[in-house]
Design a protein around this ligand. Structure first.
Ligand code: SF4
Ligand code: SF4
Length: 342
């Protein structure tokens, strides 16, 4: 028996489970483990599977492990292509790889720049291929994913998309400002991703319960084992009451003060992974990080420590010139460096 919540998924009429299976990391584990995790998830009420053409052989794993249960889940994939021809061939390839004649949702993947959006939507763009596939019954709905909630709000205004996939986690509450309320008004499919910010942040239960407490239909959590599916299911066992919701919202406001949207506009010549530093530094100080997050800071140690002495950034930090939100990245990176010796 599942304790998940089921709500009507935008205009699709589908009753979608509040937890979705993020299949991005399945290529990193043995096939039998992936098979067990996917089937366990379906057996326990998860009915939304999210993958992408770009996630190595994730689509093939889905085809191999659960295509015989195709009617039991809403299947969402993505194309990174910006032009018609590439998108068309990627859609065809996704169907073959997942051994199905249609996907329920095709998302235009990782759209963060205005010029890319224009290319996708213009003549000969990927959106044309998505529409064509929809007419042919190969794609039921078209959505979009990106890391700029303020741009996504504008891009959905014409009603060309049925769904948006956005970040919503304790470290990134920004979709709540405008994007989610607008999508609710438009009766769109609201899908939150990365509740653990890519496996970095804890406490895990609170991190999963935060997007669950908000006005979204489904939260995709990346899972690779039965144990992880069980942990995610357990975190959604009880409904969230108003007091807990307020506590989670306060925590998210505090931990989201860095304001980084993970748009990746910034590039560091020392290859400091700035968005990860921005987003997880407060967690690092307050709660500590999950092993993946701690491992990241260990691997980045030299680069992060090097920021303070990097001559070309002394007068004007090169990264900060690129940030559309004018954030003080140099200061945050240098503070993160001081944490190594703390
Ligand atoms: S200020 Fe630091 S983080 Fe920013 S570009 Fe320069 S070296 Fe990289
Ligand atoms: S620091 Fe600014 S430019 Fe870099 S990812 Fe975050 S929001 Fe984007």
């Amino acid at each position: 028996m599942s304790a998940l919540r089921y709500t009507t998924f935008g205009k699709s009429g589908y009753k979608v489970s509040s937890l979705g299976f993020g299949a991005m990391n399945l290529p990193s584990v043995p096939l039998d483990q992936a098979r067990e995790a996917l089937n366990y998830a379906l057996d326990h009420g998860i009915n939304y599977i999210d993958t992408a053409a770009a996630y190595r052989n994730s689509e093939e794993i889905i085809g191999e492990c659960i295509s015989h249960r195709r009617q039991e889940y809403f299947l969402a994939t993505k194309t990174n292509a910006r032009d018609y021809e590439t998108a068309k061939s990627e859609i065809e390839r996704s169907l073959v790889r997942m051994k199905t004649d249609h996907v329920d949702l095709l998302q235009l993947h990782y759209v963060n720049y205005v010029h890319e959006f224009k290319k996708i939507m213009g003549e000969g763009g990927a959106y044309e291929a998505a529409l064509e596939a929809q007419r042919e019954g190969k794609v039921r709905f078209i959505g979009i994913s990106g890391h700029r909630p303020d741009l996504l709000v504008k891009w959905i205004a014409k009603g060309q998309f049925s769904q948006v996939l956005f970040h919503l986690n304790l470290a990134q509450p920004f979709a709540l400002d405008e994007l989610i309320p607008t999508m609710t008004e438009m009766d769109m499919m609201k899908v939150a991703m990365k509740p653990l910010s890519g496996g970095f942040i804890q406490p895990v239960e609170q991190a999963i319960r935060y997007p669950y407490s908000q006005d979204v239909h489904v939260t995709i959590s990346g899972m690779v084992s039965v144990k992880e599916v069980q942990e995610n299911l357990a975190a959604q066992e009880q409904a969230v009451g108003s007091e807990e919701r307020q506590e989670l919202e306060m925590l998210a406001r505090e931990l989201g003060q860095h304001d980084c949207r993970r748009c990746n506009y910034c590039k560091c010549p020392l290859e400091v992974a700035i968005p990860d530093v921005m987003i997880s530094s407060r967690f690092r100080e307050k709660f500590g990080l999950l092993p993946k997050g701690s491992g990241f800071f260990e691997r980045q140690k030299e680069r992060i420590m090097g920021c303070a002495d990097y001559e070309p950034c002394k007068e004007k930090p090169l990264c900060e010139e690129k940030c559309p939100y004018h954030l003080p990245m140099q200061q945050v990176v240098q503070k993160a460096a001081s944490f190594y010796s703390a």
